[in-house]
Design a protein around this ligand. Sequence first.
Ligand SMILES: [Ca+2]
Length: 115
Amino acid sequence: MDGIGKGIDFEDLLPVIANKLGGEGLMKELSNGFKLLMDKDKGVITLESLRKNSALMGLQDLKEDELLSMMREGDIDGDGALTEMEFCVLMFRLSPQLMEESWFLLEEALDYELN
Ligand SMILES: [Ca+2]
């Protein structure tokens, strides 16, 4: 695998890990979260869908500037919306502690991949 020596990039490794877990567990949870937050017509998360659906999920305490910074940080290709993969990467960046159990699985998968 190229690029390991330059540091690990989750953007590159997530698909590998997703394959390893067979679309179950970790990625399934993330995928469910994505589906709850996305714009059902567009199939991506927009600022509008994030604002609307985060309130439905009981996250109404998130402030507008927090939603904005989530969008900005997560939007890797800069098209103003989050795809499922962008959302997954963002979740790993923002809240590894919220996913301790999943994080452990991720590390195991990484160890396996790298050794
Ligand atoms: Ca994007």
